[in-house]
Design a protein around this ligand. Sequence first.
Ligand SMILES: Cc1cc2nc3c(=O)[nH]c(=O)nc-3n(C[C@H](O)[C@H](O)[C@H](O)COP(=O)(O)OP(=O)(O)OC[C@H]3O[C@@H](n4cnc5c(N)ncnc54)[C@H](O)[C@@H]3O)c2cc1C
Ligand code: SF4
Length: 498
Amino acid sequence: MNSASYDAVVIGSGFGGAGAAHALCAAGLRTLLLERGGWPCRDDQDWNQRAILIDKRYQSASPLLVRQYGSSDFEPLYPNETLGGMSVFYGGASLRLRETDFARWPLSYAELEPYYTRAEQLLGVHGRAGEDPCEPPRSAAYPQAPPELSPPARRIRDAAQSLGYRPFPIPLALNFSDPARPRCILCNTCDGFPCKLEAKNDLAATLLREAQAQGLEIAAGAIAARLVRQGGRISAVEGLDKTTRKPFAISARLFVLAGGALASPALLLRSGLGGPLVGRFLMRHCNGVVAGIFPFATNPEQVFHKQLCLADFYEDHRAQHGTATGVIQDIYTPAPQVIRHFAPLGLKRIAGLVAGHMQNLLCIAEDEPLPDNQVTLSAQRDVFGLELVQVQHRYTRADCARRDYLAARARQVLRAAGALLFKTYRIDSFSHAVGSVRFGTSPETSALDPHCRLWQTENLFVVDGSFMPSSGGVNPSLTIAANALRVGEYLANNFTSI
Ligand SMILES: Cc1cc2nc3c(=O)[nH]c(=O)nc-3n(C[C@H](O)[C@H](O)[C@H](O)COP(=O)(O)OP(=O)(O)OC[C@H]3O[C@@H](n4cnc5c(N)ncnc54)[C@H](O)[C@@H]3O)c2cc1C
Ligand code: SF4
């Protein structure tokens, strides 16, 4: 791979990269995918809470430098990396944005709908239409029905219904039904962990494998360092092998960048590409977790229960703020040793003791795109000699108000389920990062055109979560996958003229 030429090179193997690579390979284009992470291990340690959450066996060697919550300091934050991107660690929640979320987008829900349907099919989403109170119209049923609710999820359903809310099953990209693949055993180490059985429909187990069968070449452990521009076109990507540090340069007709909403703008900036809007308008949702403490063990069988969603409040702030409010979802409780590890000094023992009596609800609130919420490059370099990615972010008062509004309703549901005490945590990670290379109708207000092409660069397309001009109020992965399939189809159909 030291130097080679392809029809298309895709950088990054998350929902954006895998979706685009799948569409390009289906059209017969000779495609290479570069991914800095290695293949997921799929061994016992992948379900070991210490190995994944404390020792962080997938941790990248390149930290992000993050300044948030009004702090004056940049703190190092180490993301995970692996083939399949964050899909390997994600919880599988696969929701569509609502029609109202597209008000500031250069395309409508109706235009993206066929690709949502395709993404649900490729990812094997298990869901049930007709119960989500603000569900957008669909052209096809979900590929599979959801599994039965487990006891902790039933507890939340009953409590929410007693309050007059309409909880519905989270559409999930886990394999509960296909006998040709390993099936989910409803373990309690899903969200945040790779599935050692390969029953999670992550991208390494699904789209990338299918694309490989259609000719996709995958270079795992290959770091793209910069794109080389000649005239109005990208001629090559330069990088290095993570293990041997051997450099490479690869030329292609098309380049698809999908390194995620933090790495993609950094790669563009490192390459001198994109102008003043690249890196700006970063969003991440304004998320919080409400923990309820119950007078009984909440999940003695340690079973999977990220199964319920509440969207009753989705439109409550639309008129006042012009955004969605967001959703509430059931999520798992980490093991006592993890809760103890991350609890503040002095509270470690008690936190470990109450872990088995906790049940948590995740509140996902839409956040606003601010120009100063930004990805830039640091003067510091990583072990590969590349400038570190620097992230600065703050929430608006309205972002926090929407999150707190959801948190109040989450507490109400947990109280109706029997919880006596409550603790609310904010989420400090950038797990839902989007928006830093937004698409739009004009280079004055966006970095990408409506086909996700970098303005003024004929053959470079950005398809990870960074294309999104607003974050909406649901988990982002299905939208990123649908858009990547849309752009991939456009590239395949127009390959000779791009
Ligand atoms: C614990 C967790 C749980 C989540 N749960 C859900 C959920 O239930 N539902 C949902 O919708 N969303 C969920 N998310 C969010 C979701 O996973 C992300 O929104 C989504 O994966 C983003 O896709 P992406 O293609 O933009 O980027 P990523 O998935 O981040 O993929 C980018 C890839 O590019 C690679 N890369 C970056 N730079 C380079 C480079 N220079 N050279 C080569 N490769 C590079 C990275 O290693 C990575 O593999 C979760 C996230 C986390 C962390
Ligand atoms: S819940 Fe199912 S898909 Fe998730 S990690 Fe466990 S077995 Fe795998």
